[in-house]
Design a protein around this ligand. Structure first.
Ligand code: SF4
Length: 336
């Protein structure tokens, strides 16, 4: 294992949009637990990014930040091994965002596939000015911490490319300060929601890490399985079944048996769901336990966030000083 001081710096995080679900666990959190032993990890709670299209409901931000930290702690993210910080508490990021914004042509931002898709679906009138600049905010997040590794999903790759371009442009225009961050893709991992669509709070198809056992059972009971199965002993098609995807993610050792029994009609969906609810509850029990411990420690979240913010501010200030010095806008001779 690399010595802590020799580790590459990794930056990833979440928007404070609400409680995290099993899709987040499989797609990201599980990897983060490993990353914290391999990299110098900074986990950002990206509230400015979330503002880009949630300016009308900021009253939930604080509650959501708290719930995010509880989710992190409950799955085993360890604040002794990583820094957890809030984007808006590090004003240097906003300043870097402003500087980087001047280095990117409007046409380039509009070519970003994620921004382009959104602009097409909302129309230019439906998107805020800040929304169009979202990839630049992300670049400021990453480069302020001088992040080298950024775990991402496929749809985020264009943003990292944009960040790399900004780093290159800055380095060639002013001074070699930034390393171009590398995007790494986590293990598979898209877990469908209970209805087969992407698991998401807004689609009301998610199982949350904070759900109690009864809620998990109720949700699993309502999940869509193979719609062609009318009778319990009809032959099934696991490849179209959401519950089967959960077996692949949470009980790989049972996949072969479930598949065989499903295809032959020997396994009913109600038995299959009951077993999956038990598996998920067994998986979630220690997570619930850790969450309870964290909830009982009143000052814990405050301490974690204050320490994370402080560390992030120090890093971002170092970056900003280097940037301003390179650009000759530190006005040292004039002001010191
Ligand atoms: Fe899905 Fe299990 Fe039903 Fe097969 S038996 S369709 S895998 S829930």
């Amino acid at each position: 294992m690399a010595q802590k001081e020799n580790r590459k710096r990794l930056l990833t995080g979440d928007r404070p949009s609400g409680p995290l679900h099993l899709g987040h666990y499989v797609g990201s959190l599980e990897n983060r637990i490993k990353f914290q032993d391999q990299y110098d990890c900074y986990f950002i709670i990206a509230d400015h990014e979330y503002l880009t299209d949630h300016i009308d409901n900021t009253e939930d931000f604080a509650k959501n930040v708290e719930s995010l930290v509880l989710d992190y702690l409950s799955v085993g993210i360890d604040p002794e091994k990583c820094k957890i910080f809030i984007e808006s508490q590090v004003p240097q990021i906003a300043e870097l965002n402003l500087i980087f914004s001047m280095m990117v042509k409007m046409s380039r931002v509009q070519r970003n596939p994620t921004v382009k898709d959104e602009l097409q679906s909302r129309g230019i009138e439906g998107a805020s000015f800040g929304f169009v600049g979202w990839p630049i905010i992300q670049a400021a997040d990453i480069l302020s911490m001088r992040g080298e590794i950024v775990p991402v999903g496929e749809d985020q790759i264009p943003h990292i490319e944009q960040t790399r371009e900004i780093a290159r442009t800055f380095n060639s225009k002013f001074k070699e300060i930034f390393k171009e961050p590398e995007a790494i893709m986590g293990k598979v991992a898209r877990l469908p929601g209970l209805d087969g669509k992407k698991m998401s709070k807004s689609l009301n198809n998610a199982i949350f890490l904070s759900d109690d056992a009864q809620t998990v059972e109720n949700k699993i009971n309502k999940a869509i399985t193979d719609p062609s199965r009318i009778h319990a002993n009809d032959p099934g098609h696991p490849e179209v079944c959401n519950i089967f995807s959960y077996y692949q993610a949470f009980a790989p050792e049972l996949v072969a048996d479930v598949e065989r029994e499903c295809r032959s009609g020997a396994r009913s969906c109600s038995v299959c769901k009951k077993q999956m609810a038990e598996i998920l509850n067994k998986f979630l029990d220690p997570i619930r336990e850790k969450r309870k411990e964290a909830e009982n420690n009143k000052d814990l979240i405050k301490e974690i966030l204050n320490a994370g913010n402080k560390a992030a501010i120090a890093e971002a200030q170092t970056t900003l000083d280097l940037v301003k010095e390179a650009m000759k806008i530190d006005y040292k001779k004039l002001l010191d």
